[in-house]
Design a protein around this ligand. Structure first.
Ligand SMILES: O=C(O)CCC(=O)C(=O)O
Length: 262
């Protein structure tokens, strides 16, 4: 199973995130990208639109019905490191393909993930990792994820559910004033790199992203793996989260070929 080095683990714990360039080889990511571009054309409740009502923003929990996306969420390349970081077996809490479309993809307002998981999903503790896997190249123009380092040690700040700016229907966004001092002290990072790169992020770390004004889509998988002894039982967000607590068995690359052919 894939593992992080000791210095990668230390960097994650210090900064609240870890960027791993080229975690997946191009051949595997191309298969994922083909699948995503098929999924966005489907007429399903899991396909979420931007405020314009027509541009696709996200595809929720596609791993439930797409064998290729299911493989991505179970790949040893992501599951191995997350098990290592949490020192536990993990289950798939949620998967969201965020397809920030060329020219039309909208922003994600500054937030921590855990407030929603705590209040709405009844996740007992912030012992989950959000992995953002780049399915397209991510550059400074197509709306890279922005992270405020070392904010994983912040107190949980519960914001109101707000869809006025960021159209994801369940996001909780606190007033930005509370994070301004951290931004002034630690700055902001925006990891960029080729498709196949990944960001492992603590679910307490403050993050957001700007709109995509470029001619390039920015498809990413935002996968949250939760420790099996930290089950989230809430139902407020309906099918946005998963209640199958079966520990994930990490899959090797060759399993993708089988998934893609199925
Ligand atoms: O896709 C993005 O740029 C941000 C997604 C995000 O903030 C989230 O899933 O919590």
């Amino acid at each position: 199973m894939k593992k992080l080095t000791a210095s990668q683990v230390a960097s994650y714990r210090k900064n609240g995130y870890l960027f791993v360039p080229k975690l997946f080889p191009p051949k595997e990511i191309r298969a994922i990208d083909r699948e995503v571009e098929t999924l966005v054309l489907e007429d399903r409740p899991s396909v979420i639109k931007e405020h314009d009502g027509k541009t696709v923003r996200s595809v929720l929990n596609a791993h439930i019905y797409s064998p290729v996306i299911d493989w991505l969420c179970r790949s040893e390349r992501v599951v191995g490191p997350v098990m290592q970081l949490l020192e536990r077996e993990v289950y798939i809490f949620q998967s969201i393909v965020n397809v920030k479309r060329a020219f039309d993809g909208a922003q994600w307002t500054w937030h921590q993930d855990y407030p929603t998981y705590k209040i709405d999903d009844k996740m007992p503790e912030p012992r989950a990792v959000n992995v953002m896997i780049f399915i397209d190249d991510v550059n400074e123009f197509n709306g890279p994820l922005m992270i405020v380092p070392e904010t994983q040690k912040f107190k949980v700040k519960i914001g109101a559910v707000d869809t006025s700016v960021t159209p994801y229907p369940h996001g909780r966004y606190p007033d930005v004033d509370w994070v301004k001092p951290a931004m002034a002290g630690k700055g902001i990072v925006a990891p960029k790199g080729p498709a196949g790169s990944a960001i492992f992020m603590d679910i307490m770390t403050v993050h957001g992203s700007g709109p995509n004004m470029s001619p390039w889509h920015r498809n990413v998988m935002s996968l949250t793996l939760n420790a099996v002894d930290n089950k989230a039982t809430g139902t407020v967000r309906g099918p946005s989260i998963c209640h199958d607590y079966t520990p994930v068995q990490p899959l090797p690359s060759k399993a993708l070929t089988a998934a893609a052919r199925a």
